[in-house]
Write a protein that binds this ligand. Structure first.
Ligand code: HEC
Ligand code: HEC
Ligand code: HEC
Ligand code: HEC
Ligand code: HEC
Ligand code: HEC
Ligand code: HEC
Ligand code: HEC
Ligand code: HEC
Length: 417
């Protein structure tokens, strides 16, 4: 606790001096001694006018290295890895100190860190786990919203993967090292990177930034429901929630996995890749329900597709089908509702939205057919009138010719006379 008191004080002192002997002298050194000074310009702490002494102690007013870096002035050299979280916490866990810089800043990072697997292992002396600087870097620490920060949503997976995808480094722990690779093939990574959907989860959305898990979630495996609220609601009332509740390896993970979540389809229900057949025989209630649900979902998807194609055709011919197109959107919503209701694993629940959707598909298909029929009728009408006009013109032409021939005959006779 004592260090927590004096370090902010030192930092405030470090705020005052116009000159900074640490940066001046270290800028002229080489290699590892120079790099911190060179990097520091872009560091969020430098931007807040904190100096090297804020973390390393010492006296930034003195050009004499024996004074500037004297232990009597609180100097500590390279901080040991096991001491890093405590060092950062000396400021970041002090609400009175942090408030001076940013009133809204959280001050619970260290407390949460201590509850994580990283923090617990570090406490026991394992220095290979992530400390604050493995996720935030050091001497070049960026504001978390900075796109260049290693904790930015698009950068974070690689930051975690630096260790977790390194099989040699993780060998002694006997946990998988495939999370990054799987995650990069997932619907979530696709939503994040291809569609720029920042609400899609990265590693920290599910595991928490500092603690082992985000708030209000009993376990990481139950995290899916914090975003997919409606799926969770159906699942929670299903037989499966009793059979494999969200928790260690259970819940949504059983069918969707956790890191390598792929685009779901009815292939998960029926066929050789069906997840249901892992536990249900084909002739059991579960097996039958799966096949039935696949048939219904596919049936509705196909019916809606046919309606959509017909409507597109009618639209191409300039027919007014705006109302049917709006109705079709409702049909598509029924399909979404049916996929959602599937998570009750009750045939009836899936059946209701499917039937409603099929009705709309039928209705919109009929509207498209009617529009196309009207188009044909109009075409025939058009052809008939074109024909009528053509015949009239022809008749007129003959009439004129006849008058002309008669006229010239009279003329000829008159000339002879
Ligand atoms: C006049 C030059 C000079 C000044 C001023 C100076 N340093 Fe150093 N610093 C050095 C040299 C040279 C070394 C490497 C030799 C050594 O460890 O004494 C060093 C080493 C260090 C190390 C690494 C120690 C280790 O254990 O590896 C840190 C950290 C450091 N300085 C921080 C500071 C801070 C903070 C200040 C300002 C309060 C500061 N220095 C001021 C020259 C300077
Ligand atoms: C936010 C806290 C913080 C600030 C500010 C900071 N350092 Fe450090 N510094 C650390 C930590 C933590 C380490 C240990 C890094 C590691 O274990 O890789 C370190 C390591 C070092 C080392 C040893 C490098 C090595 O690889 O041996 C030097 C030298 C150093 N710092 C100098 C400085 C200088 C000069 C400044 C100012 C320009 C500065 N530091 C500012 C936290 C800080
Ligand atoms: C396992 C990686 C990891 C470790 C270890 C870690 N952080 Fe973070 N930190 C993050 C992530 C991720 C964010 C959130 C980024 C965002 O909001 O986009 C964050 C955010 C922060 C913030 C911004 C305020 C907030 O809480 O959102 C501060 C300050 C911070 N960390 C300090 C620390 C300190 C101090 C430590 C060590 C006690 C530490 N971090 C350890 C990953 C880490
Ligand atoms: C001397 C006090 C002090 C120490 C020690 C310290 N910090 Fe900071 N840190 C601050 C202040 C002040 C800010 C700026 C507050 C702000 O603008 O959000 C800050 C900002 C940050 C931010 C940006 C937060 C955001 O909201 O974007 C991160 C990340 C961070 N520090 C990480 C660390 C890490 C990691 C360490 C340890 C290696 C550390 N800090 C040590 C005082 C300190
Ligand atoms: C500096 C390397 C390093 C970094 C960076 C790192 N970790 Fe870790 N992590 C470890 C080590 C080592 C363990 C201990 C493994 C164990 O005990 O099974 C661990 C453990 C874990 C565990 C617990 C695994 C278990 O045993 O069930 C999770 C979850 C985890 N890390 C997630 C993350 C996330 C998410 C990030 C990025 C935000 C991250 N880690 C960044 C090294 C790292
Ligand atoms: C969509 C949520 C989610 C995302 C995103 C996610 N994880 Fe996980 N992760 C989980 C769940 C759920 C578990 C299993 C936890 C359990 O069984 O209690 C897990 C387990 C782990 C474990 C323990 C070992 C294992 O594989 O079972 C590690 C390490 C880990 N994740 C790291 C990561 C890293 C690194 C990333 C980013 C590349 C990441 N996770 C992204 C949800 C997620
Ligand atoms: C932080 C919020 C968040 C968390 C946590 C989360 N997801 Fe997602 N998930 C999303 C977003 C955003 C999308 C993209 C939505 C889209 O494509 O329209 C998505 C997409 C999906 C999809 C594909 C949907 C589709 O129609 O293509 C599935 C399946 C999925 N998530 C399952 C899970 C599972 C299982 C978990 C837990 C292991 C989980 N999600 C955790 C936000 C989250
Ligand atoms: C017993 C297996 C199973 C479990 C458990 C399960 N799902 Fe699904 N999920 C499926 C199947 C099968 C589909 C594919 C339906 C389709 O597209 O035809 C699906 C589809 C989805 C979709 C995409 C829906 C859409 O509109 O395209 C999301 C999102 C989703 N599940 C999330 C979850 C979440 C969150 C949980 C946990 C609360 C969960 N699932 C639990 C089997 C399961
Ligand atoms: C991890 C194993 C597992 C998977 C995978 C699984 N189930 Fe189940 N399911 C169970 C268990 C256990 C029960 C409850 C005991 C029972 O009735 O068989 C159950 C019950 C059911 C029931 C109620 C059966 C009854 O007799 O009333 C239905 C329906 C069902 N599952 C459908 C599905 C569908 C559809 C899928 C695929 C999307 C699926 N299950 C995937 C384990 C599983």
């Amino acid at each position: 606790m004592r260090t927590i008191r004096w370090l902010p004080l030192l930092a405030s002192i470090a705020l005052l001096p116009a000159k900074d002997s640490c940066v001046e002298c270290h800028s002229n050194l080489d290699g590892n001694l120079q790099r911190p000074a060179a990097l520091f310009k872009g560091d969020v702490h430098a931007v807040s006018h904190l100096s090297c002494a804020g973390c390393h102690g010492g006296d930034a007013n003195s050009d004499d290295p024996t004074v500037a870096m004297s232990p009597a002035k609180g100097f500590r050299g390279k901080v040991a890895r096991t001491g890093i979280p405590k060092l950062c916490a000396s400021c970041h866990s002090d609400p009175n100190y942090m408030r001076k810089y940013r009133p809204q800043q959280r001050v619970d990072q260290y407390q949460l860190y201590l509850t994580s697997v990283h923090g617990k292992r570090l406490e026991k002396g394992d220095a290979r786990v992530a400390t604050c600087i493995d996720c935030h870097s050091v001497h070049d620490i960026r504001a978390v919203k900075d796109a260049a920060a290693p904790v930015h949503p698009l950068k974070l997976p690689a930051t975690c993967g630096h260790c977790h995808a390194d099989a040699a480094r993780m060998a002694s722990y006997k946990i998988p090292t495939t999370q990054l690779e799987e995650y990069r093939g997932s619907v979530h990574w696709e939503a994040l990177t291809k569609r720029g959907d920042l609400s899609a989860p990265n590693c920290a959305s599910c595991h928490g930034n500092h603690g082992a898990k985000p708030p209000n979630v009993e376990s990481v495996a139950a995290v899916c429901g914090s975003c997919h609220v409606l799926h969770e609601k159906f699942f929670a009332q299903s037989v499966h929630n009793a059979a494999f509740p969200s928790g260690q390896g259970g819940g949504c993970m059983v069918c969707h996995s956790n890191h390598g979540i792929h685009k779901p389809s009815t292939a998960m229900l029926a066929g050789k890749d069906a997840v249901c057949s892992q536990c249900h025989e084909a002739d059991s209630n579960g097996g039958k329900m799966a096949v039935q649900a696949a048939r219904r979902l596919d049936g509705l998807a196909n019916a809606l597709q046919v309606s959509e194609q017909q409507l597109a055709l009618a639209d191409k011919f300039g027919m007014d089908i705006a109302e049917a197109q709006l109705r079709l959107i409702e049909g598509k919503e029924s399909l979404i509702k049916a996929r959602l209701a599937l998570h009750s694993f009750e045939e009836q629940e899936v059946g209701k939205p499917v039937d409603a959707g099929l009705l709309i598909a039928k209705e919109t298909k009929a509207a498209a057919d009617a529009a196309l029929h009207e188009k044909d009728v109009r075409r025939i009408g058009l052809a008939a009138s074109v024909l009528f006009i053509a015949v009239s013109i022809l008749a007129l032409w003959f009439l004129i010719r006849r008058i002309e021939t008669n006229g010239s005959a009279t003329l000829t006779r008159r000339t002879i006379l």
